[in-house]
Design a protein around this ligand. Structure first.
Ligand code: NIG
Ligand code: FE
Length: 415
């Protein structure tokens, strides 16, 4: 008999993300009707049919027992790619783009990301903490229990550290688990406009050592694309970061395929993100090296661009994560479940793959190995209860929030 201090009973549909061999589409996400889940001390200890709960689990005298009813209970969502800490709004740039202006041209003329950098450099820690807190709360309302957050709007040592320190304060003030990523190589700051190699030196020789000595990041990202960092620069930055213990990833192929997937495979990166443009060779390299493709349908939606072909990547054997890419320029949203709908309608993913993309595969994209994104025994009891009868409704009934309750480490944090 297993002891449990938190038990969910009569779960209309329990979705564990632990694949089984029933051969049904439900098997891919480990879905079963009339399930039960038992947790002890913040971790899952047992998941199975409600009818077998009594024989397997002995609730403690003070255990909380919840009758879930005709709803879905599944792992808390994981958003593996956000730029949540920034100041200002880019609604005017959005309007300019609607009128025909081009994102990269706006950037090249000193607007876009540079506007956010100007404001973020001026902003105090307190105001950044306040605005990012609101966004993180909205993410929680949409069921996000783990969230990656990048720097990248500081672009000098002081302000990159400031942003990552804000992420540290966010982690202390919010229940969610955060994964901080250093993105000093987001764009070349205006003061290094004609000295790109000198900026790469600064990133490698000053910023990465400062960030890692202070323990402020777990991952390092680079924006590899036309007009920003090239492949050699990305290789140097990510190699330096890996030597200092950071896991690596990159923004690849958003506008042009510059061989990011091959580089991600060569470096053993956890993910290559965006992937609107990729070659078959690149997809094969990623599949062989086990690099996750982190697709960001909100960016394609907001930029009015074509979506990456998720099904083609799956057919090449690449695992797919999905993210909001929440940021002020290309994807101003916190609605992660909406990305599931976009992925199945515009990127040709199955609902099952799309839901894995915001749970277990998102955990892989972040290099997390503690079972997060599943409800397997031993995994942290990070979970959501959704007011839908079937997991397919998360994709089908879109744009509204179905989240009713959220638990992190077995503690109710919402609902
Ligand atoms: O993931 N493309 C690069 N970075 C972000 C956008 C940042 C911004 O425009 O502020 C992205 O789309
Ligand atoms: Fe991004």
């Amino acid at each position: 008999m297993l002891a449990a201090d938190l038990v969910f009973r009569s779960i209309g549909q329990l979705v564990t993300m632990v694949e089984d061999d029933r051969g049904l589409s439900e098997s891919r996400v480990g879905a079963r009707s009339q399930g039960a889940l038992a947790c002890e001390d913040g971790a899952v200890v047992w998941a199975g049919p409600d009818s077998e709960l009594a024989a397997a689990v002995q609730p403690t005298a003070t255990a909380t027992i919840i009758n879930v009813g005709d709803r879905v209970l599944m792992p808390g969502f994981i958003d593996p790619h956000t730029h949540l800490v920034f100041d200002g709004s880019r609604h005017l740039e959005f309007a300019l783009r609607l009128a025909g202006a081009d994102y990269l041209e706006i950037l090249a003329s000193g607007g876009g990301i540079h506007n956010t950098v100007r404001l973020t450099r001026q902003a105090t820690r307190e105001s950044l903490l306040q605005s990012a807190s609101k966004r993180l709360e909205t993410l929680l309302a949409f069921g996000v229990t783990t969230c990656e957050i990048k720097s990248g709007y500081g672009l000098d040592t002081e302000n990159e550290l400031k942003i990552l320190e804000v992420v540290r304060s966010l982690a202390a003030a919010h229940p969610q688990k955060l994964v901080p990523t250093f993105l000093g190589a987001h764009v070349f700051p205006v003061e290094y406009k004609d000295r790109h190699d000198a900026y790469v030196d600064l990133v490698c020789e000053e910023m990465i050592p400062a960030v890692t000595s202070a323990g402020l990041a777990q991952m390092c990202d680079v924006f590899l694309d036309q007009g920003v960092f090239d492949r050699e620069q990305a290789r140097r930055i990510l190699t330096t970061a890996a030597e200092r213990g950071l896991r690596t990833r990159l923004h690849a192929g958003q506008f042009t395929d510059l061989g990011g997937p091959e580089l991600a495979a060569e470096l053993g990166a956890t993910s290559a993100d965006h992937m609107e443009h990729f070659s078959e060779r690149g997809a094969r390299a990623m599949a062989e090296a086990g690099v996750v493709a982190c697709l960001l349908p909100g960016a394609a939606l907001s930029l009015g661009m074509s979506y990456p072909d998720g099904r083609k990547l799956r057919e090449a054997g690449v695992e797919i994560a999905l993210s909001t890419d929440s940021n002020p320029g290309t994807s101003r949203t916190e609605n992660l479940p909406l990305m599931v709908t976009l992925a199945v309608t515009a990127m040709r993913l199955s609902v099952e793959d799309a839901l894995r993309g915001i749970t277990c595969t998102a955990a892989r994209a972040l290099g997390l190995g503690d079972g997060r994104g599943t409800l397997a025994p031993g995994a942290p009891a990070d979970l959501v209860i959704l007011d839908v009868p079937d997991y397919r409704s998360i994709a089908y009934h879109f744009g509204v929030n179905h989240v009713r309750e959220v638990f992190i480490d077995g503690r109710r944090v919402l609902g």
